[in-house]
Design a protein around this ligand. Structure first.
Ligand code: OOG
Ligand code: MG
Length: 258
């Protein structure tokens, strides 16, 4: 029997100390079910410490992202209020293990979305607005060396996120055609269009709602949903700034402490 609580504490300790650890599966095998049970225990512990749930994320959906991580099965995780960055506050990288940044199209919901049967069309109906965003990942496993089950247990590397200030309704934009240029200290590092995420990021949100529906959970009104990194992630090195320019949705940036 897997000790769910023990592995949840293992990951929470790594996060608290900003020190990456060995993947769980280097000690014992985990099923997909075990992995999501550990993730659930990690989130429950955060909620018990006073954090609140503000949304969810789907990941490993774009081909560039899957290739970068060597995993081709989508994953989901949870977002809490403590992960959200506002404005231009710099990130204290010393508190993190090994932050990386990726650009995402963010959906903020105006209605609940409960699977099964959710389609991209339903996602658009339930969306209050989309905006550009950056997810700051911070795998608690050394060098991001993990299996599908490890990364699921680790709440899919979720650490921080920041939303851009410009909003639009997905019906007023051609979302798959939204281009994004990712720069680090002015240099272009990655580029993509939103179609990199399952042809349309709304499809990834539908996938997420349908995943959750299988476990009796739903996406809720007012939640923030990160629809998946559009590009390979870039390292957030101390003293650097990563900026994503989104067509029609303005730019979002994150600065790391020197
Ligand atoms: C896993 C998280 C994946 C995405 O958008 O693809 C993810 C990782 O890359 O560490 O958030
Ligand atoms: Mg992501």
């Amino acid at each position: 029997m897997i000790d769910i609580g023990r592995w949840a504490s293992y990951l929470l300790d790594a996060e608290a100390h900003g020190e990456a650890v060995r993947p769980i599966t280097s000690t014992e095998p985990l099923t997909r079910h075990d992995a999501y049970a550990i993730q659930e225990a990690v989130i429950s512990a955060k909620l018990a410490q006073g954090e609140s749930l503000v949304g969810a994320k789907v990941g490993l959906v774009a081909a560039a992202k899957q290739a970068a991580m060597g995993i081709d099965e989508p994953v989901y995780g949870w977002l809490t209020d403590r992960m959200r960055l506002h404005g231009s506050e710099p990130i204290n990288t010393a508190a993190l293990c090994q932050p990386r940044v990726e650009p995402e199209i963010v959906f903020v919901l105006g209605d609940d979305l409960a699977g099964p049967g959710v389609t991209a069309e339903r996602v658009r109906d339930a969306t209050a607005y989309v905006c550009g965003g950056l997810e700051i990942l911070d795998s608690r496993y050394r060098d991001y060396a993990f299996t599908f089950a490890d990364v699921v247990a680790d709440n899919t590397s979720a650490a921080r996120f920041i939303l851009g200030g410009e909003r639009a309704h997905p019906r007023d934009l051609d979302v798959p055609l939204l281009g994004c240029v990712l720069r680090r200290d002015g240099e272009v590092i990655e580029t993509a269009t939103a179609a990199a995420v399952m042809g349309d990021p709304a499809e990834a949100v539908a996938l997420l709602a349908n995943f959750l529906g299988r476990n009796g959970r739903r996406l809720e009104r007012d939640w923030i949903v990160l629809s998946g990194g559009m590009t390979a992630p870039v390292a957030l090195v101390p003293g650097s700034t990563v900026l994503a320019d989104f067509h029609s949705l303005g730019s979002v940036s994150v600065r790391a402490d020197a």
